[in-house]
Each structure stands twice: as structure tokens, then as C-alpha cells.
Design a binder for this molecule. Structure first.
Ligand code: CMP
Length: 215
């Protein structure tokens, strides 16, 4: 399946686009880059899972999300030449072909659709970031935890999500204690089932309603 970067390309064009990438393998636990690094390259996830996170002054981490096969990350510094906005870490052994700036510029001259796909992807992320801003500003912790679960579901983790409370806390922007409390509330509402180290979401509809304050 073509990823969002290759959307609308013919198989021949996609093969041509892929030839501009350099293949790179990362063992589990290896950082791809750190927040504030300089680096002008984007990565395509061919295999594995990468966590994107920001570190605050006190060392606390906020997980922005996870990227899996077919998805890309690192496009922001590629496009504007500024520092990395977040850190990236291989959560599993990963294959991450990399596209450097020079290769990107040559590629979009041959296949301008790639630049449009990248713009569309950024628009989509901005919409998500706007939504999360609403959740942080107007909704209680339970909504943020429900939204974190939805994010994991969308990233192919569901319906049984194996996540430590610490991971959920980093994704929801809440403390572990708050996550524990929020999960109990979600359980009482029938939105989740809890087992040790595991959260089961029987249907994404209910957490979605909780996240957006509908129930
Ligand atoms: P870059 O700034 O080059 O490096 C960090 C990457 O994290 C960034 O590019 C994006 O690919 C990704 N990223 C930044 N902010 C978000 C976000 N809010 N949600 C998902 N991914 C993000």
C-alpha cells in the first residue's frame, strides 16, 4: 500500500521516488535524532515503529505519537532547515530509508506531486494539533486519556492496547496517577476493559465520545 507520501503515484513513479532514499537500519531503542539537532532529512518507516516525543525542561517527556510502516517523520526540518522539533526513537528494530534535502529537491523537480503530498500531510497534522490544543485547554484528564487510546488504536495497536501507564501518561500529557484514575472512570463508563498491562477498547466509538466531551 502506498504511504501518504507516495499517494497518487504510479508504481513506476513510486519506485523512482524510493530510489532517492538511502536505506538505514536501526536496532530497538536507538535514537534516530534528538530534539534541537540540526538535520535536513526525512525518514520513511519501512519496518518497525518510531516514537516521537518532546522533552520538557524538567526532563518530562510528552509523546507526540508513534509512526509505523508507510508513514514518514522528520519532514519539518527538511523543509525549513530549523532544529528538530522533537526526538525520534526506534521502539522496535526498524528500517528507515532516509531522504536528504538535496535528493528531496531533485525528486520534487521530477515528481512535483510529492511536494503536494507533503503539504497535505502537514495540513492533516496541523488539524490534529489544533484538536489536541482544544483537549488540553478545555477538557479534563479523562478526555485526554481517551484521546491517547484513540491515537494508539489509529496507529494499529487495537483493540487490545498493550501500553504501560507511563506510556499512556506521556501520550496524554498527564501524570501516572491521573491516568490510573481516568482509566478507572473510563472502565466504569464501559469504554474500556482493564487487565494487567493491557487496556482493551471494545469499540472506539465510546472513547471518542468521551474524548470530545459528549458523554
Ligand atoms: P522534525 O521537526 O524534522 O523532527 C521531529 C518530527 O516529529 C517532525 O519533523 C515531525 O515529523 C514530527 N512531529 C512534530 N510535531 C508533531 C506532532 N504534533 N504530531 C506528530 N508528529 C509530529
Amino acid at each position: 500500500m502506498p504511504g501518504p507520501l507516495f499517494h497518487g503515484l504510479t508504481p513506476e513513479e513510486e519506485a523512482l521516488a524510493r530510489s532517492y532514499f538511502l536505506r538505514q537500519a536501526y536496532p530497538k531503542g536507538k535514537p534516530v535524532f534528538h530534539q534541537r539537532d540540526l538535520g535536513q532529512a526525512l525518514y520513511l518507516v519501512e519496518r518497525g515503529r518510531v516514537r516521537l516525543f518532546r522533552t520538557h525542561l524538567g526532563g518530562q517527556e510528552k509523546t507526540l505519537g508513534y509512526v509505523g510502516p508507510g508513514e514518514i517523520f522528520g519532514e519539518m526540518s527538511l523543509l525549513d532547515g530549523s532544529e528538530r522539533s522533537a526526538s525520534a526513537l526506534a521502539e522496535e528494530e526498524a528500517l528507515l530509508p532516509v531522504l536528504r534535502r538535496g535528493a528531496y529537491l531533485a525528486l520534487i523537480r521530477r515528481l512535483p506531486l510529492i511536494a503536494h503530498n507533503l503539504a497535505r500531510l502537514l495540513a492533516h497534522r496541523l488539524r490534529e494539533a489544533d484538536l489536541e490544543l482544544d483537549l488540553m485547554a478545555f477538557e479534563e484528564a479523562k478526555s485526554r486519556v481517551a484521546y491517547a487510546l484513540l491515537k494508539l488504536l489509529r496507529q494499529g495497536m487495537g483493540p487490545k492496547i498493550r501500553a504501560r501507564q507511563q506510556e499512556l501518561a506521556a501520550l496524554a500529557g498527564a501524570s501516572r496517577e491521573t491516568v490510573t484514575r481516568a482509566l478507572q472512570e473510563l472502565k466504569a463508563q464501559g469504554a474500556v476493559r482493564l487487565a494487567p498491562g493491557e487496556v482493551e477498547v471494545p469499540s472506539p466509538a465510546l472513547p471518542e465520545e468521551v474524548a470530545f466531551g459528549l458523554v
